[in-house]
Design a protein around this ligand. Structure first.
Ligand code: MLT
Length: 404
């Protein structure tokens, strides 16, 4: 009889957002007359910007004509998109990232889950606590995390870096030295940020200790304050210790379109082995490239019109963030995030766990959020709301919560 990958059996429950989806579906079926407002998963609600739609239409037409038809995309991404990314996301900010250090993919979720494959199972990972569950779950699947303790909600071989109100939701350097460090700023789920000086400390630490940082910058477009870095490559020495993940989902509304990229600088080496070469080998073997139409859509994100329209879209969501932040604060909640990030992180009312508050909001206000404990043990007693709803629904949800 064949054998399965038993690491999968170690995973407790289902994926966080699947669990929430199921609970909401069940509630909705039992209460069909209730109008539920979903501010749980960070899924966008605004339509794709006109400049991007136009580029997609053009690309669709090209595919129907012999001369401009395209088959398989280059597995690492089309040059036109990699050049636009290199120029606009990096060189324009003084970061020397070349087009051929960018690997285009179908999104940061897959990349953040797949990247661990190029590292040995013996490596020890360090994660922020709370954390985007994909980092931990995919390491569980790979057999890198030891055993799960249901009482503490922790894995025996994972280094947890608590992010709490006391440290401004920004992790301290861990006591035990990790091999792979996952950082995400602006942060999901807490909505916190890191200053450039503080990020530089992490880069120095990784270079000194021989660790690699996997830096998830999916929410970079939401940065409003000056001292917050847009990329880890703004820090000196990051080219020898950091991989960066980026997404088009949150800045351009591509959650359904699917596009992202990973940056691996050529200098990033483990001994003599180039991580760039390993990821190129992996990408080439397992992936046939993001669709041409979608990569043209991605290119339009960097056009003058695209940039203008997306700036307005980000501002729309950040206005929602303000409505949530101020509304909850006026209702007496302890709130953070929502300034450089589309997530608002609030303390649950006293004596209510994160999941109890989830049920309370769902049943009493018909509002869906995400329980903090779903992101890790230090998330217990917190709750996340997303600013990605429509303005009307966001305002209504906050009025309902205030009325409780
Ligand atoms: C979230 O809600 O945390 C995100 O939408 C999940 C994701 O981007 O995959």
């Amino acid at each position: 009889m064949y054998k399965i990958n038993e690491n999968y059996l170690k995973l407790p429950g289902s994926y966080l957002f699947s669990t929430i989806g199921k609970k909401v579906r069940e509630y909705s079926e039992a209460n069909p007359d209730r109008e539920i407002i979903r501010l749980g998963i960070g899924d966008v609600t605004q339509p794709i910007a006109p400049a991007i739609i136009q580029a997609m239409h053009k690309a669709v037409d090209e595919m129907g004509v012999q001369e401009s038809f395209r088959g398989y995309a280059p597995d690492l991404g089309y040059e036109f998109l990699r050049n636009a990314i290199s120029e606009c996301d990096y060189k324009a900010r003084g970061c020397e990232i070349a087009a051929d250090e960018i690997f285009v993919s179908d999104g940061a979720k897959c990349d953040s889950g797949n990247i661990q494959e190029i590292f040995s199972v013996d490596n020890k990972i360090a994660v922020c606590d709370p954390v985007y569950p994909v980092y931990v779950d995919t390491n569980v699947m790979a057999g890198r995390t030891g055993t799960y303790n249901p009482d503490t909600g922790m894995w025996s071989d994972v280094i947890y870096m608590p992010c709490t109100m006391e440290n401004g939701f920004s992790p301290d350097l861990p006591a035990e030295t990790p091999d792979i460090i996952y950082l995400c700023f602006p942060n999901n789920p807490t909505g916190s940020t890191i200053t450039k000086d503080r990020l530089q400390e992490w880069v120095d630490y990784a270079n000194q200790s021989g660790a690699v940082i996997i830096y998830d910058a999916a929410y970079e477009a939401y940065i409003a304050e000056d001292d917050v870095p847009h990329s880890i490559y703004e820090c000196e020495g990051a080219r020898t210790c950091a991989i960066e993940l980026k997404s088009f989902s949150k800045n351009a509304g591509f959650t359904g379109v699917r596009l992202g990229y990973t940056v691996i600088p050529k200098e990033l080496k483990c001994g003599d082995v180039s991580l760039h070469a390993l990821w190129a080998r992996r990408h080439g073997t397992k992936y046939n490239g993001a669709p041409y139409i979608v990569q043209r859509a991605g290119e339009a994100v960097y056009s003058a019109e695209g940039k203008k329209q997306l700036k307005a879209q980000v501002a729309y969501y950040m206005n929602n963030a303000k409505v949530i932040y101020e509304g909850l604060k006026s209702a007496g909640y302890t709130v953070s995030g929502g300034v450089n990030a589309p997530y608002i992180w609030l303390k649950t009312p006293e004596k209510m766990t994160s999941w109890e508050f989830f049920d309370f909001l769902l049943e009493r206000a018909n509002v869906v959020g995400t329980p903090g404990s779903g992101f890790g043990p230090s998330g217990e007693g917190y709750f996340r709301l997303t600013a990605f709803g429509t303005y009307e629904n966001t305002a209504k949800a906050i009025e309902r919560i205030k009325a409780l």
